[in-house]
Design a protein around this ligand. Structure first.
Ligand SMILES: Cc1cc2nc3c(=O)[nH]c(=O)nc-3n(C[C@H](O)[C@H](O)[C@H](O)COP(=O)(O)OP(=O)(O)OC[C@H]3O[C@@H](n4cnc5c(N)ncnc54)[C@H](O)[C@@H]3O)c2cc1C
Length: 263
């Protein structure tokens, strides 16, 4: 059971940051994950009053406030046009609409869950996290950073030109994924794949050997094999490591095929 002694609706980020330095205090996202924990919390710090529940867009980027719900991101027309529906695809399997209406992007990305669909898909985009004290950090570096008591304020997605695609595999609808797979074809022709739920945190594999310079079906298969050979896969109650490795090849191939025109 989660027990909260005090609840504080903060007036600014400095107040939230100071309160959060106490080991017994926590920042609240949508509490989807927190409330499953067996934990005594001193002060629960609520950022709801800080206007951080919006997606703001300009010519160069999207800035997504940490309190934005997964559902608001899933339904954002511009983001979905920019990603050709890949963002929506990476969110629509998470539990259900009511759940996605309450859980936040801040809680999701700060937590860096191994099974995270949204972490996998954001890694295929030019994404950064803006931390209150730590500043702006590329998401691919943030993934490997230790948990600290900083506050994730915004997610920034730069509008670098690229084609992205997303797919995942679940044993059963709404369950945690067995494997998550994002792919991107950058403007300079480079290809990358982001694979999560291995069951470890999502990792990006780049086509450094230019396997896909010629986008033939044969080369897509080669790249899919290259991705699965580059990563470590392990077993848990949902699937074996061997199965995940095989699935990686299948999903990378399938997702890339949808993106490139194969002659
Ligand atoms: C039953 C269940 C099934 C799920 N299935 C999936 C799934 O299939 N795919 C998937 O991708 N995800 C899944 N999730 C994860 C979910 O999508 C959210 O990522 C998760 O609930 C965390 O978001 P939250 O807003 O609820 O965070 P909370 O539970 O409120 O917080 C989580 C952690 O993040 C910290 N935190 C929150 N906001 C901030 C911030 N701004 N700065 C710093 N720290 C912060 C909190 O202190 C806490 O430690 C599942 C979760 C649950 C409970």
């Amino acid at each position: 059971m989660l027990t909260i002694k005090d609840y504080i609706l903060v007036e600014n980020l400095e107040e939230a940051y100071k309160l959060n330095q106490n080991i017994n205090n926590v920042i609240l996202g949508g509490t989807g994950w927190l409330k499953l924990q067996n934990r005594n919390i001193g002060k629960a710090i609520d950022l709801s009053n800080l206007g951080l529940d919006k997606i703001i867009e300009d010519d160069e980027k999207y800035v997504i406030g940490c309190m934005t719900t997964l559902r608001d991101i899933e339904l954002n027309k511009s983001l979905n046009e920019f990603t050709k529906g890949a963002i929506k695809e990476s969110l629509r399997h998470i539990v259900g609409v009511q759940f996605r209406n309450s859980v936040t992007i801040g809680g999701s990305i700060y937590s860096r869950f191994g099974f995270s669909d949204i972490l996998t898909s954001l890694l295929t985009l030019d994404t950064y996290v803006e931390m209150y004290k730590g500043g702006i950090i590329p998401l691919k570096d943030f993934v490997d950073m230790k948990y600290d008591k900083d506050i994730l304020v915004n997610i920034i997605i730069k509008k670098s030109k690229r084609l992205v695609g997303y797919s995942s595999f679940r044993n059963q609808t709404t369950d945690f994924p067995v494997l998550t797979c994002g792919v991107a074809i950058l403007d300079n022709g480079k290809i990358l794949a982001s694979i999560g739920a291995r069951p470890h945190r999502a990792r990006v594999v780049e086509d450094n050997e230019n396997i896909l310079e010629v986008k033939s079906m044969e080369n897509i298969e080669k790249f899919a094999k290259y991705v699965s050979n580059s990563l470590k896969f392990d077993s848990n109650m949902r699937a074996s490591g061997e199965y995940r490795k095989h699935l990686t090849e299948v999903l990378v191939k399938r997702t890339l095929k949808n993106l490139v025109e194969v002659k």
